[in-house]
Design a protein around this ligand. Sequence first.
Ligand SMILES: [Zn+2]
Length: 354
Amino acid sequence: MRLISPFLKRVVYPGLARTGYLRRRASPGPAVLTYHGVFPEGYRVRDADLDGSLVSARGLRQQLQCLRDHYHIISPEQFLGWLEADQALPPRAVLLTCDDGLRNVVTDMLPVLREFDAQCLFFVTGASASEEAAVLWYEALYLWMQAASPSAVLHLPQAGIEHCTIRPTSRRALWWGMVQKLSCFAEERRQNLLRLLREQMGIPAGWQTSLLRNEAEYRRFCLLDRAGLLELQQAGMAIGAHTLSHPMLAQLPDEEARKEIVAGRSVLQDALSSAIWALAYPFGGPDSISPREPALAEEAGFACAFLNVGGGWGAAMPRFALPRVHVTAQMELGEFEAHISGFYGALRRSLRIA
Ligand SMILES: [Zn+2]
């Protein structure tokens, strides 16, 4: 199966896109795209695992040009009208969304969206309701692991982490396992455990200062603060919730999962003095959401909630488990259209390929 994917990406998708076949596929509902920001000017890509969700400004421009030429980019309000009141959408409708609220969405992504007069629904965490500079905890953990002393041994039996050494070849797997384990804890406890891990890796307490002193790294890793959110809002963008602290919700006990969802909404509503109607589940894949989360999202008063998988025309659209297409740095235009059209999803279901 691994041999099929490159052939599809290099030959089949571009060929089908060129003929216009993909965009002629039926589109009863909209396709929803997930971005995670744009590489800031001057940023050196560190690692495909860490940086693969962001796109270049040039890549975003090409994708928006393609959407403008052949599709209809709808506004978040149009999407809500379609969802709640069955209001008609233009054919080949596409909604843009962007998760996490990194600084580069204002400095590097917003200017490109403005060139195309495109609106986007930005999902941000509770950290962006404050005035403080913050970095996503699981990205900080990865940065520490990259910079850790080679002799570091990670040992936190209270979190199920025992005598682990960090090797470049297994770093990603170790990191992902720790993200899952640390997601079992409420934010404050998780931060304490993270501090212990940082100390075991030999990373000083002031590690964030040097990272944030570099403009490109600051834009890449630092989250928006309240002023940044207001800037997005004033530029006509919509804001949605991405929980308080971006855990894998399925790992948390009931009360903590509820708090992440409910308080993640209320802190943003207080900060922006406007209603927050949409939620995107952190990570958004099958291992981060259980059947409990859609019920909690509905109970919290959201109008809808989004996954980060399974998107494209023709996909079922459950209101609290709306599928999305995850746009990655490696995605060429043909593959991009194959995802939007639902062709990729249909093929994957029939061939069971990645
Ligand atoms: Zn996220």
